[in-house]
Each structure stands twice: as C-alpha cells, then as structure tokens.
Write a protein that binds this ligand. Sequence first.
Ligand SMILES: [Zn+2]
Ligand SMILES: [Zn+2]
Length: 267
Amino acid sequence: MIIDSHCHLDRINLDRYENTLSLALDAARERGIEGFLCISISLENLQNVVDIAQANDNVWASVGVHPLDVDSGVAGVEQLIDFARQDKVVAIGETGLDYYYSQDSKALQQESFVHHLQAADKSQKPVVVHTRDAKEDTLNLIKTHGNLESAGVLHCFTEDWDMARRAIDMNYMISISGIVTFKNAEALRDVVRNVPLDHLLVETDSPYLAPIPYRGKPNQPKYVREVAEYVAELKGLRLEELAEITTNNFFRLFNQANSTRVMSKTL
Ligand SMILES: [Zn+2]
Ligand SMILES: [Zn+2]
C-alpha cells in the first residue's frame, strides 16, 4: 500500500476518466495506491477539497492557502480552525514561503504562514509546508510559532540537506515528489539518501511535476508508484518495504486519518 501524501485532486486532468474523480482514484488503487491527501491552495477551493475528501474513501484533506496565493486573501487563524473542524481534515496547509517565484509578497507570505502554524497548533494538526529559496525564514517561523509535537512535513522537497536535517530535528517529515527522478536532481537524490527512513514520505503533487517517464504530461496520483520505486532504489529497499515504511509514517504524522481509514480487502 502506497499513500500519495500530497495531491490536488480538484485540479487533476480527468479526460481519460469520464470526468469522474472516483475512476482516477480506482486507477491508482489498481496500482497499489490506497490513500491520498488532497491539498487546498486557496480560500476559493478550500471547501471543495474538503468535500472531495468526505465523498471518497481514504481521501483526506488539508486546509490552507498556498504562499503564492496570498494575494487573494490571507486566511485568519480562527477561519482556518473552523475549516479544520470538519470530518477528514487531518492537516493545515499547504502554506509556507516561496521566495523563488515571489519576493514581492514576502511579508504577506510570512503573515499567512504564521496564521497556519498557529491554527495547526491550536487544532493539534500537522502543517503541510511549501518552501522554496526561503530556508532560514521557514525554519525560524516553524521554530517560533510551530507545535513541534504535531509537527508537519516539508513537501515536494528540493532544498539542501542542512535544511532537511534541521527540519527533521524539529520532528518534521520530508516528502519527495517526482522531481527526484529528473536527470538534474542529483543533489536531491543525495538528500534522499541521507533522510532517515522514519522521516520520509512520497507524493505526486499532481497535477504538477510528473515523474519520469511521464515528465511533461499531466501528473496523477497513480504515478506516486514511480516515485516510490525510485526512492526505494535510492534507499536500497524493495518497493514493498518502502511502501510500508512511508505508509506508517503517514499515519503517524497525520494520525487523525486513522479513525476514518478504510482497510482494503486486498490487504
Ligand atoms: Zn507546494
Ligand atoms: Zn501542492
């Protein structure tokens, strides 16, 4: 059993699935992917993401506003907590800092990130963090405002080992996307070799960033298998072993998912 720990199910391309999300999820299940964390990125799509989780078995939701979406409105702490009270919402995010794509909105991004960290602390949920070219600010805000027990994950990780190590020291997980399969990702592969197994997750970030051999095509949750296979090889493990370890990590971090987990008949 593999879990896609980060996907945007409201945005994936369903042309091949009769425009029906459940068929896309079935296609993933046929490849051993049996759990999905569906991530919201804006105040507009937030409730939609929660509804998707509530309508599908083993789909959970994370509520938040992406750092590159803060222009459309910074969510308030209480507002986030209210959304997070709904069934199957197991995390807060994605939130974080992205100075690579936007320097102009730095102050807004930080304000928004702090709100998410505070909401996560109060609702005892982990935080899904997006971070790019913002190492020190990301780590400092987590340290200052985060709850290191409910912790969180640095998703679609592409930064250096020093950042990963310092996040792991704060109880965070490191989630690896299809970028790890890209030809020019040798530095990231070194990071993956270093990350302790009990701090590792895998994800697609679909519909973005399809792994090789699907690079450039719309990504979908079923391709998390290619990511897991690649990471298993880097770690010197069989796919089944890596799948079991990352699934256990997922349910340890997003522990509120356990109460709505539906066990598959094939297990
Ligand atoms: Zn992201
Ligand atoms: Zn994302």
